[in-house]
Write a protein that binds this ligand. Structure first.
Ligand SMILES: [Zn+2]
Length: 314
């Protein structure tokens, strides 16, 4: 399969990279599903919806059949097993990027504390994918691990989105801010979002408390990556990095969101200190981000019925 994929890639245009990666990701999810006894139906359901949605808003769009490389049999089997993603990909939007589902699956298969195993698996897998200017969120370059600095503490993972600066990426960052990420983390991101400038009347930036590690790794070489300047500002990190990625793009965001959702005492220590961080202001900012989301969806001609997709066990 690897040789075959390699041959195909040589003649891939940017749209084909999307289709190629979509197909590889779905196939991998189905294979991983067989490697765990845990019920991962919801993750497969979620990623199918997420990828079909991205195909729908892709320019040019990819129908489900095109995503499955005209393999009608595979399409029909999946439609039978997972009818909801196929029924709702053109009216509801995903809460997170497909790669977040891949990561969750790898955590299930390898075990939550098996940091090295998860990292290696993800590294091996992303190396099979093609990176291109238009790979539109079906690529991942960085993962992040956060944990409390205590022996045997639980590891919380996150992955980066690629192309968060593009429309499809911005749609997913908006959606995650409004529906998936921990509210403190989303508040920090939204302090500089959707515009990259800091809001004059809302500061939700966080200072990650002492005794917590949040470390990103590059998936091409497995090396530690310093936080970018944007993450340094959002979460109070020291950094030597000079680059600054689009807000919400980085693996740190998802990893910290998972940590805060599970370690409430750490979250409370990270509570933003600004006087502008009020319930009313948070609501206003969220409404603004939601408005931006609606405008972006209009721009890609997506008719949204105002629901975020919730995967279910059929
Ligand atoms: Zn960053």
């Amino acid at each position: 399969m690897a040789a075959e994929v390699g041959r195909r890639e040589e003649r891939l245009n940017p749209g084909e990279i999307f289709r190629n990666n979509a197909f590889i990701i779905i196939t991998e999810m189905l294979e991983l599903q067989n490697q765990t006894e845990k019920d991962t139906t919801m993750l497969v359901d979620e990623i199918l919806h997420s990828i079909l949605f991205l195909g729908k808003i892709h320019d040019p769009p990819f129908s489900p059949l095109a995503i499955f490389d005209d393999d009608e049999e595979m399409l029909n089997v999946l439609k039978g097993d997972y009818p909801r993603p196929f029924a709702l990909y053109s009216s509801q939007i995903p809460r997170r990027s497909p790669f977040s589902c891949v990561l969750d699956m790898m955590v299930h298969v390898s075990g939550q504390d098996n940091e090295e195993g998860i990292k290696n698996r993800l590294q091996e897998f992303t190396n099979q994918l093609k990176k291109g200017a238009n790979s539109q969120l079906l690529f991942c370059s960085t993962m992040c691990v956060s944990h409390i600095n205590e022996p045997n503490s639980v590891r919380y993972y996150g992955v980066s989105m690629s192309n968060a600066g593009r429309k499809s990426g911005r749609i997913l960052v908006n959606a995650a801010c409004c529906s998936a990420w921990d509210d403190y983390v989303a508040g920090a991101v939204m302090t500089f979002y959707p515009k990259r400038a800091k809001r004059p009347n809302f500061d939700g930036t966080i200072r990650l408390p002492e005794g917590v590690t949040c470390q990103a790794f590059g998936l091409s070489d497995g090396r530690e990556k310093p936080p970018c300047r944007s993450c340094a500002t959002l979460f109070g990190f020291q950094t030597t990095a000079t680059e600054s990625w689009a807000n919400g793009n980085c693996a740190e965001v998802e990893s910290l969101s998972n940590l805060f959702k599970n370690e409430n005492h750490i979250k409370e220590q990270a509570r933003p200190l600004s006087e502008t961080w009020t319930e009313g202001a948070r609501q206003t900012v969220k409404e603004e981000v939601l408005r931006d989301l609606k405008n972006l969806l209009k721009a890609v001609k997506f008719e949204w019925e105002n629901n975020f997709y919730t995967p279910q066990i059929n």
